[in-house]
Write a protein that binds this ligand. Structure first.
Ligand code: SF4
Ligand code: SF4
Length: 137
């Protein structure tokens, strides 16, 4: 049986760029899990943690301001760059990046090599106003 390819990225060496995507879709099941985790009603969790997404039916995770990338998922710890709800994170986060490579990590490691700085953070800023329907709040 062929061996699976090793993962070519290391999330623990990354500032969690994927947690800053403007559109992080979240399902009702995800909201239920988060509500249970925080001991609050589903309706409250929906209001507190999600907002309207690309379509009227889609819900996405609310953001917070982030000095590194402009804005980031409200559940990202901005200092450690780790997920504060890792055990109960939404299904879309569990599946990411859906393969052995991560485009941002390739970019990041290339820049760290070029800059000769293993801690360099390659920015990819989400411009305010770019996705008005997904802005904070
Ligand atoms: S951007 Fe890639 S390497 Fe960074 S946390 Fe996300 S999946 Fe991991
Ligand atoms: S819930 Fe956690 S893993 Fe998912 S985007 Fe937010 S911080 Fe990242």
């Amino acid at each position: 049986m062929p061996k699976a390819l090793p993962d070519l990225y290391d999330c623990l060496k990354c500032p969690s760029y994927c947690c800053t995507y403007p559109r992080i879709p979240i399902t009702k099941r995800d909201v239920r899990r988060l509500a249970k985790h925080f001991g609050i009603a589903e309706e409250e969790a929906d209001e507190k943690f999600t907002k309207r997404g690309w379509t009227s039916r889609e819900r996405v995770i609310r953001h917070q301001k982030d000095e590194v990338f402009g804005s980031a998922c409200r559940f990202l710890d901005l200092k450690t760059r780790l997920c504060t709800v890792h055990a109960v994170r939404p299904s879309v986060c569990r599946g990411h990046p859906e393969g052995p490579t991560c485009g941002y990590y390739v970019f990041l490691t290339s820049e760290r090599r070029d800059q000769e700085d293993p801690a360099f953070v390659a920015r990819a800023y989400n411009l305010p106003g770019e996705f008005p329907q997904l802005e904070e709040g």
